[in-house]
Design a binder for this molecule. Structure first.
Ligand code: UDP
Length: 485
């Protein structure tokens, strides 16, 4: 009888930073000969369709978060409400998906889920389907959360009282100051959406502890976080990164050049890649704050002034707010609307560089004209920059970005972190200018960036990905013959 291929179901939280690495993981599993179904929420899938951004070759299906027409924070309730409706509807929807697959003779042999969906593991367990967490942040951040929920809660709660406070966690080779901790752990973090997220991290840790030596698939690579991957004995953190399109790593699929699965639409006018082709080597400053962060208007003005003062060409991603009609009352949206008001120096900016609503970031970062990346240090952006050998100006906003910025500046030494003004918290144009000059001119930073690029590429060559070995869930199953991919 022919052996049945293993069937992975990948489910993701509906944001770009989860969808991108999960999609790359899906592509690798496919290349390794597995069967893969990729699932995200109905509304996220519709956005991908709208942008003509459904990657070929991957089978998609959707599940419901309870907001199939899109969630609107001020109309539909706060973050807490969203997560609890998502848990309920998502669990039902996922259970139906798993049952349907089994009934159709295509049972899921492993469920892989991203952050903020701890209930997915519970659903899988209920149906005897093995599951694994795909951790889409660095191993360091996993460790910090683990220690926070295990004995270090009180210590960390003190972190903002004394400016000289710092923390040495077991087996981590550096100290952390309050500003280096994931922002959700700071007692001053009272914003309701992020407060709603922390319990989900706690539940995730509790969920993992239910298994003996749970396996966690981490989007990182051995050389980058060797100590951090082994810090916690009770878990097995397996580095499977960097999860980037093949063209930038092992080159096995030269046509695999962008992520696909974009939730945002790219620029209609002007081809930014053509514009990059016309720029000198290592001359362009690339600026992007990812898919979620919104800068205040005064901060945008400071950034714009800094770019003008450098007199260097730049490519700046300023996202369009898609739902502004529906979210008029929302405070954050007000901020976004301010952002959309024309910047006072827009005329000058447009003479010096290019502003686009969205781009294929991996293609941009790997273009030889890029000299540095002003980034919010989302984990995907950080890894993409490291893998492209592009030095960074680290400008973190929230969540794990603060810890990632610490790693970039002090541990991997591939960039400089901005210092916000003590007066009003803004990063002033002079400070940004200082960081840009250091990063664009420092040979040491550039050399480090190149070294990390080489190590990232080596990581994807030296250890061909093989879900059978890496994941271990199939050890006792006869049905899995997978080649390295
Ligand atoms: N990204 C992109 N085009 C853009 C801006 C961002 O393709 O114009 C991608 C980027 O390559 C990354 C993801 O969006 O893979 C953002 O994830 P990250 O973890 O960096 O930040 P988040 O959006 O979660 O804050």
């Amino acid at each position: 009888m022919a052996e049945q291929k293993p069937h992975f179901l990948l489910v993701t939280y509906p944001v770009q930073g989860h969808i991108n690495p999960a999609l790359q993981f899906a592509k690798r599993l496919l290349r390794a000969g597995a069967r893969v179904t990729f699932s995200t929420t109905v509304s996220a899938y519709r956005k991908m369709e709208k942008g003509n951004s459904i990657p070929k070759g991957v089978t998609f299906t959707t599940f419901s978060d309870g907001y199939d027409d899109g969630y609107r924070r001020n109309v539909d309730g706060d973050g807490q409400t969203y997560l609890s409706v998502f848990r309920q509807r998502g669990s039902e929807s996922l259970r139906e998906l798993l049952k349907k697959s089994a009934a159709e003779g295509n049972p899921v042999t492993c469920l892989v889920y991203t952050l903020l969906l701890p209930w997915a593991a519970e659903v899988a367990r209920g149906l005897n389907v093995p599951s694994a967490l795909l951790w889409i942040q660095p191993a360091t951040v996993f460790d910090v959360y683990y220690y926070y929920f295990n004995e270090y809660n009180d210590v960390i709660s003190e972190c903002e009282k004394d400016p000289s406070w710092c923390l040495k966690l077991p087996n981590l080779p550096f100290e952390l100051k309050a500003r280096d901790l994931p922002s959700f752990l700071l007692p001053s973090n009272s914003y309701s959406y992020t407060c709603a997220l922390l319990p989900s991290f706690k539940e995730q840790m509790e969920e993992l502890e239910k298994e003996e030596k749970a396996t966690i698939l981490v989007n990182t690579f051995e050389a980058l976080e060797a100590d951090m991957l082994r810090s916690i004995e009770k878990f097995q953190l397996i580095p499977i990164g960097p999860l980037l399109p093949s063209a930038f790593l092992d080159g096995k699929d030269p046509l695999d050049k962008s992520f696909g699965g974009d939730l945002f639409q790219r620029s209609k006018d002007g081809d930014y890649m053509e514009w990059l082709n016309s720029q000198e080597k290592s001359s362009v400053i690339y600026v992007s704050f990812g898919s979620l962060s919104v800068l205040s208007k005064p901060q945008m003005e400071e950034l714009a002034r800094a770019l003008i003062q450098t007199r260097r060409p730049f490519l700046w991603v300023i996202r369009e707010k898609e739902t502004k009609e529906k979210e008029k009352q929302d405070q954050e949206t007000k901020q976004a609307e301010e952002e959309e008001e024309e910047l006072s120096c827009m005329g000058e900016l447009k003479q010096q560089g290019l502003i686009v609503p969205w781009c294929s970031q991996v293609e941009v970062l790997s273009h030889p004209s890029i000299g540095c990346f002003v980034t919010h240090c989302g984990w995907n952006s950080t890894l993409e920059s490291l893998t492209s050998g592009v030095p960074m100006v680290a400008f973190p906003q929230w969540t794990d970005q603060t810890t990632n910025a610490k790693l970039v500046q002090d541990v991997w030494k591939t960039g400089v972190r901005v210092k916000p003004s003590e007066e009003d918290g803004l990063v002033k144009s002079e400070e940004l200018g200082r960081c840009l000059e250091v990063v664009m001119e420092s040979d040491e930073t550039k050399e480090n960036a190149k070294r990390w690029r080489d190590l990232a590429i080596q990581a994807s060559f030296s250890k061909p990905f093989n879900p059978k070995n890496e994941y271990g869930q199939f050890k006792n199953r006869r049905s899995t013959k997978l080649k390295g991919a």
